[in-house]
Design a binder for this molecule. Structure first.
Ligand code: SF4
Length: 441
């Protein structure tokens, strides 16, 4: 299977314009000590000063070949046995995915974190907010490790607790706190899974809920039963695309810019609002355009265009369908005739789908290879390091949410886990890998 890593190295040497930056050919450790998200889709986003940093990866892991790292990871996993479970997000590179016990999107992996009671340690090959969520949902005594602490999420970083509490205070001053005649409170906070644990805790404290791209519609229905309107953060696109699909008019979805009084809207606009959209976005999915959709249709008559709902609304409208990573995976797997798919999501997942389904023609809508900057930070060198440290009896890179934050976040997450996606049960995809089979999972 061709990994995005090898693809990038080949492209940077033969066709420099085919990747968004030649820096992608370097090891992620080259960026651990410099500020910023590193090469990839988020490289031009501003990283908060408070974002976790990764210390230097020991030289032996940087120097090791891919084969050596594979052997060392496999050996460490055999030694650790069922004491360790490895979770892998769909956007991870193939060299990581092959070692995962469970592969899934953030909703599925949140479920998976709850279904491994025998594991002392959850190694989360994803990004920081996912590891935090796993820690919140983990059993007593379980610990969660993120192989590279610099694997954050630029979208998650676009909303912070101070800005959200400030917005909430302004909205309470405008709306008051009394429920209407139907018992619905003025506003319900809904945070996307892609947010820090303290924002999930905020939602838990204020009668709100967490959503994922799998269950966003179910969650908004839940919120509208309890509230007159929703404050949705941090991804404006998921909020807008989901609410529009449910029939909410665009003029009732004002944007909240945290740098402006009342988020940049008038009091009347906010009083009429059904969904207030935070000014956040995913830099991976923002790259997709309607021009790319038109080009795919012109060059591949009959192409089926599927995009992720983090894409801008015009792209979702131009596509044939939109859905979570799990929806995309199932759509491809469920096609009974050879089909051409143009997919609007992260390149690692698109490449993997293409390799797994050779009967179909599958390509990424974006012709420029530009992976998620932070998913890219999880390299086999870091996975080998954290596992071998565990073998030696040491825990590195533990992600731990303070108890008071975790208690409130758990309230909002448990509401989310009860809000099943409309088209899927949300169970993790497992076992799919040699690692999973070896562990009997
Ligand atoms: S793909 Fe987008 S939302 Fe997902 S981790 Fe990367 S930056 Fe964050």
């Amino acid at each position: 299977m061709t990994s995005v890593n090898l693809t990038i190295q080949q492209l940077t040497s033969s066709a420099p314009g085919a990747v968004c930056t030649p820096d992608l050919a370097q090891g992620p450790w080259d960026f651990d000590t410099v500020p910023g998200y590193g090469p990839g889709s988020s490289m031009h986003d501003t990283i908060p000063a408070s974002a976790p940093r990764q210390g230097a990866l020991p030289q032996e892991y940087r120097d090791a070949s891919d084969d050596e790292l594979h052997r060392r990871i496999t050996a460490a996993r055999e030694t650790l046995g069922r004491r360790v479970v490895v979770l892998g997000h769909f956007y991870q590179r193939d060299e990581i995915v092959q070692h995962a016990d469970f592969l899934g999107d953030s909703f599925q992996l949140a479920n998976a974190a709850q279904t491994v009671p025998d594991a002392e340690t959850i190694v989360f090959c994803g990004v920081h907010f996912m590891a935090e969520t796993a820690d919140v949902l983990a059993k007593e005594g379980q610990r969660v490790i993120l192989p590279n602490l610099a694997a954050g999420c630029s979208m998650a970083d676009m909303a912070d607790i101070d800005s959200v509490e400030d917005a909430w205070a302004q909205l309470e001053a405008l709306y008051g706190t009394e429920p209407d005649a139907d018992g619905r409170v003025p506003v319900i906070p809904v945070t996307y899974m892609n947010s820090a644990a303290d924002l999930k805790a905020f939602c838990g404290r204020h009668g709100g809920i967490v959503c994922t791209s799998s269950n966003a519609e179910t969650v908004l229905e839940w919120a509208f039963e309890r509230g007159q309107r929703v404050l949705f953060f941090p991804d404006q696109h998921l909020g807008r695309n989901t609410a529009k699909k449910m029939g909410v008019p665009l003029e009732q979805m004002p944007m909240w810019n945290p740098r402006k009084p009342l988020g940049g809207s008038s009091g009347d606009e906010l009083l009429d609002a059904r969904v207030i959209l935070w000014h956040g976005f995913c830099s991976v999915h923002k790259r997709f355009t309607t021009e790319q959709v038109a080009r795919a249709r012109a060059e591949h008559p009959g192409v089926r265009v599927i995009v992720h709902p983090e894409c801008p609304m015009p792209v979702v409208d131009a596509a044939d369908e939109a859905g979570s990573t799990d929806h995309i995976r199932k759509a491809v797997a469920g096609a009974t005739e050879p089909t051409t798919f143009a997919i609007g999501t992260e390149i690692n997942m698109v490449n993997r789908l293409a390799a797994e389904h050779p009967q179909h023609t599958i390509f990424c809508l974006d012709p420029v290879v530009c992976p998620c900057s932070t998913m890219y930070r999880i390299h086999p060198g870091y996975l080998a390091w954290v596992l071998e440290e565990l073998v030696a009896g040491r825990t590195v890179n533990q992600v731990s949410v303070p108890d008071d934050v975790a208690a409130d976040a758990r309230v909002a997450l448990e509401r989310m886990l009860a809000a099943k996606p409309k088209s899927a049960a949300g169970t993790p995809q497992a076992p799919t890998t040699p690692a999973a089979e070896a562990q009997g999972r």
